[in-house]
Design a protein around this ligand. Structure first.
Ligand code: HEM
Length: 396
């Protein structure tokens, strides 16, 4: 079978609506955001569970556990929203890869949705059970964690299968017999372990941010803050070391140890380690973490591009059919609605968290709130009008 011919034939004959490199850059950016919240959720849940187990004997753990329960809850909702973006971008430029995976692992793709619903519902159950001191809270929380990890394993398997076109035929029709069960599941344990291990440094550095932020809020004693700071430092340091080792072994199996991007990631990890040990400003440490996440996201894409180029598939020569209305609608939504609304929510949350008693919005937040409502109404009107005009133009 000529794999390159198959891959190129499976491309969307309508072409892509804008320059492929833009979709690629957006994929790299949005996947980094997705995984950041995945890692915070996966790292926050164990801390919440420990908090639950120790709450009757340790007030520090009791408080931290309650806060991490909320952090994990919110992270899951953000990771789901942010997961949609890279999913759309990958489907535009690597459509064949994603759809083949969804065929050979169809049963797991459907199961993924139910596993995620189960995991998230159990987390809410844990939240209420913990609040009411129910004896089964811990058990419910552990099952929720296992389900979240299961969802991550599935996501990883889909990504891993999608970059092995040479195996697709074997998986689809082993020994020439078509297998329509959709039960294929192929993981790369090193890549998966590395990805999941990153939850430790991400959560550790988040705890350092938490200390810097809450140190200016009411109700946080110096003892509690130093407890969280020490814990965050420990988790981040051990996590960075473990992730670095797993990363080195993984890239070694890919023969990429000397790749400039790999070296840049190693340097970034060393800088992070230094900053965590030196107790540098945690917000600056987080900026370095964001750069590291973007480098890792870029490396995933370089690995995929290298594999695909072996088969003569390059996203850069994907047929293009620029569709300006779509592009303008997308960019104005992304920048106009997205940036204003996110800016408003973040500014409000930041300030409200530091206010004693009831929070009243100041002039900036009020302006941002009005702008968000105004822009969203205008956006909705344009969206509906545009759709209605298009439907009438095409049918009448
Ligand atoms: C708790 C739930 C989830 C976890 C733990 C999780 C975890 C992961 C992990 C570990 C990867 C990296 C896989 C690898 O490169 O080997 C990944 C990739 C990805 N995830 Fe998630 N994920 C979750 C939910 C979601 C959801 C709900 C969506 C979409 C709405 C999503 C979309 C994606 C996409 C598009 C990729 C990249 C796939 C590719 O490059 O081929 N994820 N996820």
């Amino acid at each position: 079978m000529d794999i390159g011919l198959v891959l190129n034939t499976l491309r969307d004959p309508a072409g892509v609506p804008f320059y492929p490199i833009v979709f690629q850059a957006l994929y790299i950016l949005t996947w980094a955001l997705h995984i950041a919240f995945v890692l915070l959720a996966l790292g926050g849940i164990p801390l919440a569970l420990i908090g639950n187990a120790k709450k009757s004997i340790d007030d520090n753990w009791k408080k931290l556990g309650a806060h991490m329960t909320q952090v994990a809850k919110i992270s899951v909702s953000i990771l789901i929203v942010l997961g949609v973006a890279p999913l759309l971008f990958t489907q535009v430029i690597y459509d064949a890869n994603w759809y083949v995976t969804n065929t050979i692992s169809g049963l797991w793709v459907v199961a993924f949705i139910y596993i995620l619903i189960l995991a998230y519902s159990l987390w809410y159950w844990f939240y209420y059970a913990n609040k009411n001191n129910s004896p089964i809270a811990g058990l419910v929380g552990v099952v929720s964690l296992l389900a979240f990890v299961g969802a991550g394993v599935l996501m990883h398997a889909f990504a891993n299968e999608s970059i092995q076109p040479e195996q697709w035929m074997n998986w689809y029709a082993p020994n020439g017999v078509i297998d329509t069960s959709g039960t294929n599941l192929h993981i790369d344990i090193l890549r998966l372990a590395f990805m999941v291990s990153l939850s430790a440094p991400v959560t550790g550095i988040f705890l350092l941010n938490y200390v810097d932020y809450t140190s200016k809020c009411d109700g946080y004693t110096a003892t509690y803050l130093s407890f969280v700071k020490n814990l965050g430092k420990k988790i981040a340091t051990v996590g960075l070391l473990v992730s670095a080792v797993l990363f080195a072994v993984w890239v070694l199996t890919l023969n990429m140890l000397m790749n400039p991007l790999v070296i840049a990631i190693v340097v970034a990890v060393l800088v992070l380690l230094f900053m965590v040990i030196k107790e540098s400003n945690s917000y600056i440490t987080t900026l370095v973490l964001v750069v590291t996440a973007l480098l890792i996201s870029t490396l995933r894409e370089v690995i995929r591009m290298n594999i695909m180029s072996k088969y003569g598939y390059s996203i850069y020569d994907y047929p293009m059919n620029i569709d300006w209305p779509t592009v303008i609608m997308f960019l104005t939504t992304f920048v106009g609605v997205g940036f204003t609304a996110v800016g408003f929510m973040l500014t409000m949350a930041w300030r409200a968290g530091r206010t004693k008693g009831i929070y009243t919005a100041d002039a900036t937040v009020t302006k941002l709130a009005n702008a968000t409502v105004g822009i969203t109404i205008i956006w909705a009107l344009i969206f509906l009008l545009w759709g209605i005009i298009t439907v009438f133009k095409n049918t009448l």
